[in-house]
Ligand binder design. Structure first.
Ligand SMILES: C[S@@+](CC[C@H](N)C(=O)[O-])C[C@H]1O[C@@H](n2cnc3c(N)ncnc32)[C@H](O)[C@@H]1O
Length: 191
């Protein structure tokens, strides 16, 4: 094979690799919005507000349904929580696993690759959510079926229909409210 042919082969292989990488990213980042929400991380102010409202104490079991880049779990872990994140995007799963592996919270945070709709929440004390509002009915049914009484749910931006909000905090610059609920074992207001 002449040098020119070799060059063309290398070029073709490079473009094929780029196409595969692009496809992998597209599949993971486009599938998530269809399933529950796109990857739009909570801002710094919202994250702090959510963690404050949850009143996390050391040893508490905290879940983030759609954990993204793990920023909520990071703050919760800083306060001593034992954390589980459910994330469907494998790229974000690898990223956050790597992040926590080289953090002081190694062993304290687990990121599960899977759908939040299959999450086991039987030992949850705090649950964070930031999902698209058109899924709020399904989310509500999931929480009502799987949450133990006494669990606190903190939802960024979107309210859970039919649940009575315990505290509504302001997010960044007074916009994007953060809703905090206490699950009493049954809905506290008629649906
Ligand atoms: C709006 S982002 C919120 C990220 C993070 N919780 C935060 O507040 O910064 C929603 C996340 O949910 C993930 N997601 C979407 N559908 C999902 C599903 N069915 N199961 C698990 N994660 C999902 C997305 O990949 C994305 O990372």
């Amino acid at each position: 094979m002449g040098p020119l042919m070799l060059f063309y082969h290398i070029l073709a292989a490079f473009f094929a690799l780029c196409a595969v990488i692009f496809l992998v990213f597209a599949v993971f980042f486009l599938w998530a919005p269809l399933s529950a929400a796109p990857f739009v991380p909570s801002t710094g102010g919202q994250t702090r507000r959510m963690v404050d409202l949850a009143a996390i104490r050391p040893g508490m079991k905290v879940y983030d349904l759609g954990s993204g880049d793990g920023r909520l779990l990071w703050l919760a872990a800083q306060r001593g929580a034992v954390c589980v994140g459910y994330e469907i995007n494998l790229i974000l799963v690898w990223l956050t696993r790597l992040l926590f592996r080289f953090s002081p919270f190694r062993g304290q945070v687990r990121i599960r690759w899977g759908s939040l709709w299959d999450a086991d929440l039987s030992d949850a004390q705090v649950v964070f959510v930031y999902l698209m509002p058109y899924w709020s009915g399904r989310l509500r049914r999931l929480l009502e079926r799987r949450l133990p009484a006494g669990a606190v749910v903190v939802s960024n931006a979107f309210a859970i229909p039919g649940w009575t909000c315990l505290v509504e905090g302001c997010g960044e610059h007074g916009v994007h409210p953060v809703h905090c609920y206490l699950w009493a074992g049954r809905p506290t207001s008629p649906s």
